[in-house]
Design a protein around this ligand. Structure first.
Ligand code: C2O
Ligand code: CU
Length: 471
């Protein structure tokens, strides 16, 4: 405690976790021992009422961080150290997971694995260095289908030392809610039928916590748009009509700038994409952003509404350069050890939403390598040697999409259905289509027990979660 004279009063659990982080600190670059003070943040998980659907609809009782949903944006620089004190004023236990950030294990927010879940009234102090730039997010990891579904999520942005030149850096946290006519959140969380199918798809999509109508842009400006899919189950497939977005990062990790496949940016739950969009429309014009992911259920997400001002004179044009690489070690594919990871379960025959509704029956739970999780604390399905390279050959034997996420690491997606991927993208969450296979490669360089699970949160709660140990 002596090392942190400004630390607010926190409980014993927070102290224990801090002690763990101090023990790890000398191993990490940019630690408190290196002298840089941590940037401090405070988040209070708390119920409030917010105008999610907007007038004329009534306000909605949500759970959120510090009175906002999404929670306050945390924005730091690559190499910073952060200390985030989280206080739980919810009626149930919670933790916070820093999705995609390669934090020390004790700071990862996995209940019963890396920390005891924070009970109502308790606090926990998370402290870690931020090694990589990019677009990340934070969310609870306890009862997460319900807690994320009630509004607990926030953006965590790590700026590059020299950010790309753009006119505006914009974050869209995409949310999906199931609201009743009276504006209240429908309480039907963890419905077994949905859990065994697509997960809980809502009826109200929000950008930054509000049902959007228009997003005002200026002709000629270049925007870096950071998309974060914070929905519990909805997959987005966004098309920017009359515009040509370029993908410059996926899951926070730089990628060679390219037009999205088929002109559509597909984001499974928890996935992020950074886009560069040149606002090439004329003053006073408009263009739609539509979501076409689910067949027959396309809808307009928002209208890009051009102001009347003349086109911006200081336009930054041309192909953006590739962002500088982050700090992940490159897996050695020639020596990588290969592990099979098999996904099974769910209703058979259904695809997407709506389909397969007649396929009711039993056995709709999920498993990874034959094991269905009950809670977080479990025997690892894989034990990896620290510093060695691995390929996970993930085989989706189910009839459903699964965004598969590994904590504490990023991995390269090297093949899909046996074919090399074009960009060998670094990701922390890989979306597998029904019956699809993907090989992902990584160096197991972060010691600890790491959750490895589907990020359709109802699938996670219904068993599609495991632990990978790095020793
Ligand atoms: Cu975004 Cu294990 O979670
Ligand atoms: Cu899944």
């Amino acid at each position: 405690m002596r090392l942190h004279p400004l630390r607010p009063a926190i409980d014993r659990r927070s102290f224990l976790a801090s002690a763990a982080s101090i023990a790890l600190a000398p191993l990490l670059p940019g630690s408190a021992y290196a002298g840089a003070p941590a940037k401090e943040f405070r988040l209070v998980a708390v119920p409030v009422r917010l105008p999610i659907a907007g007038a004329p609809y009534p306000e909605t009782d949500v759970w959120c961080y510090s009175g906002q949903s999404p929670g306050p944006e945390i924005r730091v620089r690559q190499g910073d150290r952060v200390r985030i004190v989280v206080e739980n004023r919810l009626p149930e236990d919670t933790t916070v997971h820093w999705h995609g950030l390669r934090v020390p294990n004790a700071m990862d927010g996995a209940p019963d694995v890396t920390q005891p879940s924070m009970q109502p009234g308790e606090s926990f102090s998370y402290e870690f260095p931020v090694p990589d730039a990019g677009t990340y997010w934070y969310h609870p990891h306890a009862h997460s289908a319900e807690q994320v579904g009630r509004g607990l999520a926030g953006a965590f942005i790590v700026e590059e030392p020299n950010p790309l030149p753009v006119d505006r850096d914009v974050v869209w946290v995409l949310g999906d809610w199931r609201l009743r006519r009276d504006g209240a959140i429908s309480e039907d969380f963890n419905n077994p039928m949905e859990m065994s199918m697509s997960g809980r798809i809502g009826n109200t999509v929000t950008i930054n916590g509000r049902v959007p109508s228009r997003f005002v842009v200026r002709s000629g400006e270049r925007i870096r748009l950071r998309l974060i899919n914070a929905a519990s189950a909805r997959i987005f497939g966004l098309e920017f009509k009359d515009h040509r977005p370029l993908v410059i990062a996926l899951d926070g990790q730089p990628i060679e700038p390219h037009a999205p496949h088929g002109g559509r940016v597909v984001l499974g739950p928890a996935m992020r994409a950074d886009l560069i969009i040149d606002m090439a429309g004329a003053p006073a014009s408009s263009a739609s952003v539509i979501d076409t992911f689910y067949q027959d259920l396309a809808y307009k997400l928002v209208e890009l509404a051009y102001g009347d001002e003349p086109p911006l004179a200081t336009r930054i044009a041309g192909m953006p350069s590739t962002l500088p690489a982050n700090t992940m070690p490159e897996p050695d594919l020639a020596r990588a050890f290969r592990h099979e990871v098999t996904l099974t379960g769910g209703m058979m025959g259904g695809m997407g939403m709506g389909g397969g509704m007649g396929m009711m029956g039993h056995g709709g739970m999920w498993a990874i390598n034959g094991v269905a999780a009950h809670g977080h604390n479990m025997r690892p399905i894989l034990t990896l040697d620290r510093g060695k390279s691995y390929v996970f050959a993930i085989d989706n034997k189910t009839a459903w999409y699964h965004p598969i996420h590994l904590h504490g690491h990023s991995f390269r997606v090297i093949t899909r259905d046996g074919q090399p991927t074009r960009y060998r993208e670094w990701c922390d969450t890989v979306l597998l289509a029904p019956r699809e296979r993907a090989d992902v490669a990584l160096v197991a360089d972060n010691p600890g027990d790491w959750m490895f699970h589907c990020h359709i949160l109802e699938h996670q709660e219904a068993g599609m979660m495991s632990v990978v140990r790095v020793t």
